[in-house]
Design a protein around this ligand. Structure first.
Ligand code: AMP
Length: 467
């Protein structure tokens, strides 16, 4: 069965007894990438009672005529030859002091969309931000070096538009398949303004015949170029990266092949409450590692020495453990950890039980027994989602736990599991210790993927046209 597109709109209205009631309606596009088999996604979705929210395009299915939540993508547009595509991208790339791009992952990630539009003969006008210039023109954050880098990379000039006032004329001069990049959209205060004024959106809309949002990394922002523009420039569709991000994340969350294991790590419980909460409704196993684990250990009366701990989150930790028990979720913590008396890595280290960390020592990585335990769970999982490292991986001396988790995820993926890495630090670790291609999907969005995993609606996705 060749299903071109499936949309899952999961109205996740379960009461959040412990914290908050959160209405979460997510719009997901599922197209012909190979994240998982579309037919299996459909059958699982049906099994999960999402049938009323699923739409199928390109197949004859009379019962599937509910189009709620189905978002258009550039592939749904016909006859775009010679038309101006106004495309929001996320090319917020790191630059060194000489303004050289030091990591072009985000540029590479939008190439499929650019190539597709070029191939169809559209004129491509890119909008993006770089850093946080806070509504002021500041050459420090100019996208000009990025336009130059892209010109070299693509082997053709990416026309740099230094100011919006120059844009109408420069865009009018574009030829079919040509690419232009507008100066940092955050130089304009109206981009991030928290009001309903659509003047800036209307000004931008003059530059395109249709709007494309391929900036998953900025989709959690309700900004002019990421969301408001979609109201005034139609059609408003997703790019290929956006589509892939949403499909892979939502398939993992909503249609997981089981067992489904999530690894949630990082430093703070407080920043991951929403993630833990939402995942407890979905996973079979939840590995809680890294600095945030110690708040849980303390909540259970363990000795954590000088390990990271948020005392004001102890009740939250207790509530999460209670909910896990009620839901039958297997909560997995380190049993042993690597502890040190010097966070810089120059002190004494020893492997100790996670709840018997001596005074003056702090847990900074998983211990040997824990690594094996985590790896075994991961290797027998069919769906894996990782958000946050299980140790201070930036220091090679404290990176073995995170390395071992990632290696186990890669092995599981090679054996057929679906793996999704979401969130800035996990993505950095995944790229540092493994080949990103060895995971099913490595998300390009930090905050956006976090909010997605929390079950929140992303304004940049929500604003796009339903089919
Ligand atoms: P987050 O931004 O909350 O995902 O946290 C990521 C950060 O958590 C990374 O910079 C890690 O170094 C840090 N981290 C992980 N484990 C620990 C730990 N045991 N103690 C302190 N920091 C940790």
């Amino acid at each position: 069965m060749s299903i071109q597109r499936i949309a899952l709109s999961a109205a996740n209205l379960q009461p959040r007894a412990d914290y908050r009631v959160q209405k979460s309606v997510q719009n997901r596009n599922v197209s012909d990438f190979n994240c998982a088999e579309m037919s299996s996604a459909a059958s699982l979705a049906i099994r999960n009672n999402y049938m009323s929210n699923i739409s199928f395009k390109g197949i004859n299915n009379d019962s599937a005529n509910n189009t709620v939540g189905l978002k258009k993508s550039i592939k749904d547009l016909e006859d775009i030859k010679g038309k101006r595509a106004l495309v929001r991208v996320d090319i917020n790339v790191p630059l060194d002091e000489n303004k050289n791009v030091t990591d072009d992952t985000r540029i590479q990630a939008i190439r499929p969309t650019i190539d597709y539009l070029k191939d169809k003969g559209a004129k491509i006008v890119l909008m993006a931000h770089l850093g946080r210039p806070k509504g002021q023109r500041n050459e420090e954050y100019s996208l000009k070096p990025v336009a130059e880098y892209m010109s070299d990379l693509f082997g053709e000039e990416v026309v740099f538009i230094p100011d919006i006032k120059d844009a109408p004329e420069m865009v009018a001069n574009l030829k079919e398949g040509q690419i232009a990049l507008l100066e940092n959209i955050r130089f304009y205060k109206a981009e991030e303004a928290k009001n309903d004024d659509m003047t800036f959106a209307k000004e931008l809309a003059q530059l395109g015949d249709f709007y494309v949002n391929d900036a998953f990394g900025a989709a959690h922002r309700n900004h002019t170029s990421t969301a408001k523009l979609a109201e005034v420039l139609k059609p408003a569709v997703s790019g290929l990266l956006m589509e892939k991000e949403i499909r892979c994340l939502s398939q993992a969350l909503e249609n997981p092949e089981r067992p489904f294991t999530a690894v949630v790590g990082g430093s703070k419980v407080s920043s991951k409450i929403g993630v833990l909460e939402n995942l407890l409704d979905k996973v079979d196993n939840l590995i809680i590692g890294g600095g945030m684990a110690y708040t849980f250990v303390k909540a259970n009366g363990g000795e954590i020495g000088n390990s990271l701990c948020e005392d004001d989150q102890i009740d939250v930790a207790r509530a999460i453990m209670k909910k896990a028990e009620e839901k039958g979720v297997n909560l997995i913590f380190d049993t042993d950890v690597l502890a040190t008396d010097d966070f810089s890595g120059n002190g004494t280290t020893k492997i100790v039980k996670i709840d018997e960390i001596p005074e003056g020592f702090m847990g900074v990585d998983s211990g040997i027994e824990s690594r094996e335990k985590f790896a075994n769970v991961l290797k027998s999982s069919k769906t894996i989602l990782m958000n946050g490292p299980v140790g201070v991986f930036e220091n090679p001396k404290f990176s073995k736990g995170t390395q071992s988790v990632l290696a186990a995820i890669v092995e599981a993926t090679k054996n057929g599991a679906t793996s999704v890495i979401g969130g800035g630090d996990s993505v950095a670790a995944a790229k540092q210790f493994q080949d990103a291609d060895d995971f099913t999907h490595v998300s390009t969005g930090g905050g956006a993927s976090l909010e997605f995993i929390e079950g929140k609606v992303l304004p940049g996705v929500d604003a796009l046209d339903d089919i």
